[in-house]
Design a protein around this ligand. Structure first.
Ligand code: SF4
Ligand code: SF4
Ligand code: FES
Length: 248
């Protein structure tokens, strides 16, 4: 059965903005993105929102609902009380372009900085062979839809603009871990993860894992194993001796 819901939606641009109040019709089975679309159709035709698939698969409609990072298309209206005021705001970690649309290009830059898959020189395409368990491990990470909810949630950058340069964020540290665990990748990504992509900033709070719509165990299956690999390297006596000699 339909009802009228109260919404507070952030409207603004790079210069600033504010929450605006709306009362809007809600019908059975709808998600927050349906309500945003109804607002566009009836009361706020210039309201900016990014979306694409409406099926939780493109990662475009990320925003914050009542302060929690979510996909607008996967957040059911039935999870809220009918008399609840629902606040919809843009991702907090990234600069606003307009209304609910943020500039997430930092993530694409971080992605480009990661050296790509590096197979051995003498291995030709068609000769790649992997154990099934190695395939399954990377398949979990490859479920990522690049919604950047984890990047938005991580406290290392959420309120710390100054950390953005030095920290790649959970999504890209996971990418480095995926490549590091790949049995056919010959690049050693351990020093790189620590020194260039800021793995040391992560204190395994698992906030990124909690918001991942694909339920990827980012912290347990990517970040912690990567930290263990980095620690192994640091405390490897041969590496330690090499570092000492090199420094002389
Ligand atoms: S586990 Fe690490 S990457 Fe994930 S939210 Fe916590 S500090 Fe950030
Ligand atoms: S790891 Fe999960 S939360 Fe992070 S970008 Fe990928 S799908 Fe989104
Ligand atoms: S519109 Fe594609 S994930 Fe929401």
């Amino acid at each position: 059965m339909g009802y009228d819901a109260r919404f507070r939606v952030w409207r603004g641009d790079t210069e600033g903005g504010e929450l605006q109040d709306f009362t809007v019709e809600v019908n059975e089975g709808e998600v927050v993105l349906d309500i945003v679309h109804r607002l566009q159709a009836t009361q706020a035709p210039d309201l900016a929102v990014r979306w694409n698939c409406k099926a939780g698969k493109c990662g475009s409609c990320s925003a914050e609902v009542n302060g929690r990072p979510r996909l607008l298309c996967m957040t059911r209206m039935s999870t809220f009380d009918t008399d609840e005021v629902i606040t919809v705001t843009p991702l907090r970690t990234f600069p606003v372009i307009r209304d609910l649309v943020t500039d997430v290009s930092l993530n694409y830059r971080k992605a480009r900085e990661i050296p790509s898959f590096t197979p051995p020189d003498d291995l030709k395409p068609g000769e790649y062979r992997m154990q099934q368990r190695d395939v399954e491990r990377s398949q979990e990470f490859r479920k990522c839809i690049e919604c950047f909810l984890c990047q938005n949630t991580c406290h290392v950058v959420r309120d710390h603009e100054e950390n953005k340069e030095a920290f790649a964020g959970p999504r890209y540290l996971m990418r480095i871990a995926e490549l590091e665990m790949h049995p056919l990748d010959v690049a050693d990504r351990r020093d790189m993860a620590q020194d260039e992509f800021g793995l040391g900033y992560c204190n395994i709070t698992k906030c990124c894992t909690e918001v991942c719509p694909e339920h990827i165990k980012i912290t347990d299956n990517a970040l912690i194993p990567m930290k263990e690999r980095v620690a192994d390297r640091k405390y490897d006596p041969i590496v330690w001796l090499g570092n000492k000699l090199f420094r002389r």
